[in-house]
Design a protein around this ligand. Structure first.
Ligand SMILES: [Zn+2]
Length: 364
């Protein structure tokens, strides 16, 4: 029997299914993960992926379809199961078994729908049989059952948890980055080929909060493929990397502020800027963003002076609009080490308050 089209690989795992998985815990728990042979280059570590045999999968109910076509993208899912705090390998393997049971017994599919699963504890497991063999060789794939229209071209990754309003654990995120980088390398995919389930069908999956992090996932995977670690730091006005004179007052007036409060000052024809500094890991290109509360009483032409390698550049920001979120200031080359990145200047022709709240710097 072939797998039917469906709106979600794992739409509503019942308590019964979770419980059944938990009861089965122990059968394969003592087995270790499978270390894959080194097919990847030195730039991308080969992740440890527990095979179906390792976590104790049942055999498929029907012959699976293997194709010689390589995957052309990665689709990110969440399992919509509870955000458990059991981060053990035993729990991860039990999860894999409960998903397979659900897909085979309740959905009546041939086998687990997705190709790979990442637990909240950071364990990576093979989903559908033969997924691992194809990934290891970088040739072809087994047709999955995780997204209608994409099952014969997208590698489906189920991430344990429900990410409508919260994001994956750090361990889970880091393993997902490693896994995606490895998949990209094996199938020669660009990190831009990472998508969310909702990009292809109408579904909440992988949740609003997780979906909003997919741009960062692509960045982190790109950094892994390039052999450079991701770097992103927020400098709030309360951070050590911030400094301003006493002429800058402190306020918590606007709910759009970042953190506890922000600094503000009246315009003046003199150099009395509020500085944001950070220690950068390397000479490279970095994207700068600012967060400020917007208000009709704030300056419509606030100068942000960027201390880029090629010389200072001024970006004018209208602080009467678009507050309460990260706003792009552009991407610039900076040298390595501790340095001033950007300053909010009081030297503006406007008459209303200039605001210094937070800056984010991200290596690109
Ligand atoms: Zn999904």
């Amino acid at each position: 029997m072939s797998d039917p089209a469906m709106s979600h690989a794992f739409p509503s795992l019942s308590r019964r299914s979770v419980f059944r998985g938990a009861v089965a815990l122990g059968a394969g728990a003592a087995l270790g993960g499978l270390e894959l042979p080194g097919a990847a280059s030195a730039a991308v570590p080969v992740p440890t992926i527990a095979s179906c045999a390792t976590w104790g999968a049942r055999p498929p109910a029907d012959p699976l379809t293997e194709i010689s076509t390589d995957a052309n993208k990665i689709l990110i899912h969440h399992t919509a199961t509870p955000n458990v705090t059991d981060y053990s390998q035993a729990h991860a393997y039990a999860l894999a078994r409960s998903i397979q049971n659900f897909h085979m017994d309740d959905n009546h599919w041939s086998d687990t729908g997705q190709h790979l699963t990442v637990s909240r504890g950071g364990y990576v497991m093979e989903g559908r049989h033969f997924s691992l063999a194809h990934l290891t060789s970088g040739n072809g794939m087994v047709v999955g059952a995780h997204c209608p229209g994409q099952n014969n071209q997208a590698i489906g990754i189920e991430n344990e948890g429900t990410y409508t309003s919260t994001t994956p654990t750090t361990a889970q995120w880091n393993k997902l980055v490693d896994l995606c980088a490895y998949i990209c390398e094996q199938y020669e995919l660009a990190p831009t080929k990472i998508y969310g389930h909702r990009d292809y069908v109408s579904t909440d999956c992988p949740g609003d909060a997780f979906y909003a992090r997919l741009p960062q996932l692509r960045l982190d995977v790109a950094a892994k493929l390039n052999g450079t670690p991701p770097f992103s730091v927020v400098i709030d006005n309360g951070s050590a990397g911030f400094r301003a004179s006493a002429a800058w007052d402190t306020s918590s007036f606007s709910a759009q502020r970042y953190g506890a409060d922000y600094r503000f000052a009246t315009p003046v024809g003199a150099s009395d800027a509020a500085y944001f500094s950070a220690t950068l890991p390397a000479a490279a290109n970095y994207r700068l963003e600012t967060w400020y509360p917007a208000d009709a009483g704030y300056n419509a032409a606030t100068p942000f002076v960027v201390f880029a390698s090629g010389g200072n550049k001024t970006v004018t920001v209208n602080q009467q609009a678009n507050g309460g979120g990260w706003r792009d200031l552009g991407t610039y080359a900076f040298g390595a080490g501790a340095r001033d990145l950007v300053a909010v200047s009081r030297w503006t022709s406007g008459t209303q308050y200039v605001i210094a709240d937070a800056v984010r710097v991200t290596r690109v």
